[in-house]
Design a binder for this molecule. Structure first.
Ligand code: PAF
Length: 279
């Protein structure tokens, strides 16, 4: 696996890879790789001739008081994992290579960015859309792979790609879960042993909500009771638990089309998110 940290060698290396391996996949990450990321990488390797993984902890998608400084970093372990998986190129730029002095551009995606994580984390999706657009321009992939775990992020990226005429495939990859159902996330590393046990209440309660909605229960009542249930299970703050249109992410108060149940809740100082299909 080649490792590149600056734009000029990136372009040269990509040209060389493309000559031998025409279909190029991109897996953007912020590192601290776990089995969920590696599933994205495996999917990309299956669907493409060559795979580029980026590791960049993007400062512009973290708000004030969020966990940028403490975001888990494990460079050596990440590199070993990617190398063993058969990744062709690791793009691992420093902040100055992505945001040089004078950088003044912001990509803000309307509609799907509003509410949910966009409401709880103002500016977050501007940071995501801006850095992902840059990655698309830097790598020019034929397909880019993102986890459905960050469902709203995936919707924002799809919208941004359509609006800015990126024509490559955007592939959403299903969430990987632990045995007890908890979605894999780099932030799970912050949970104490006790919190880790409590955290499994999130997917369990979400499954119960999905079942209750499917059999025709009143959506508002089910969501209200489930939030109380989450609090009783150790989540001291529930940012949101909402039923949304699976495509447009518009709020649904009655279940009459394909939907997505999305949640974000805090356990200790860790914010966990999850989503499941209700269809
Ligand atoms: O999902 C992530 O890890 C990040 O939001 C992404 C897409 C790599 C952009 O920084």
């Amino acid at each position: 696996m080649q490792i590149v940290e600056q734009l000029a060698p990136l372009r040269e290396t990509l040209e060389d890879i493309r000559e031998r391996k025409p279909r190029l996949g991109l897996v953007p990450t912020m590192g601290a790789l776990h089995a969920g990321h590696m599933h994205l990488v495996e999917t990309a390797l299956e669907q493409c001739d060559a795979v580029v993984v980026s590791i960049f902890v993007n400062p512009t998608q973290f708000g004030e008081g969020e966990d940028l400084d403490s975001y888990p970093r494990q460079e050596a372990q990440d590199r070993a994992l990617l190398n063993a998986a058969g990744v062709d190129l690791l793009w691992s730029p420093p902040v100055a290579a992505v945001y040089p002095d004078g950088f003044a551009t912001n990509i803000s995606v309307g509609g799907v960015s509003t509410g949910l994580c966009g409401g709880a984390r103002p500016g977050h999706f501007d940071g995501v859309a801006t850095v992902v657009a840059k990655l698309f321009n830097q790598i020019r992939p034929d397909a880019a792979f993102f986890g459905e775990k960050d469902y709203q992020q995936l919707a924002v990226i799809r919208r941004m790609a359509r609006d800015l005429d990126f024509t490559h495939d955007i592939v959403g990859v299903p969430t990987v879960r632990d045995k007890d159902g908890l979605a894999l996330s780099s932030r799970n590393a912050f949970l104490t042993a006790e919190q880790r046990v409590q955290a499994a209440a999130l997917p369990t309660i979400m499954q119960d909500v999905a079942e209750a909605i499917k059999i025709g229960g009143d959506v508002a009542t089910i969501l209200r009771d489930a939030k109380a249930n989450l609090r009783a299970s150790g989540f001291h703050n529930v940012d949101y638990l909402e039923l949304r249109d699976a495509e447009t992410l518009e709020i649904m108060t009655i279940f009459d089309k394909s939907a997505r149940l999305l949640a974000a809740a805090h356990i200790g100082s860790t914010r966990l998110i999850d989503n499941i299909a209700v269809s």
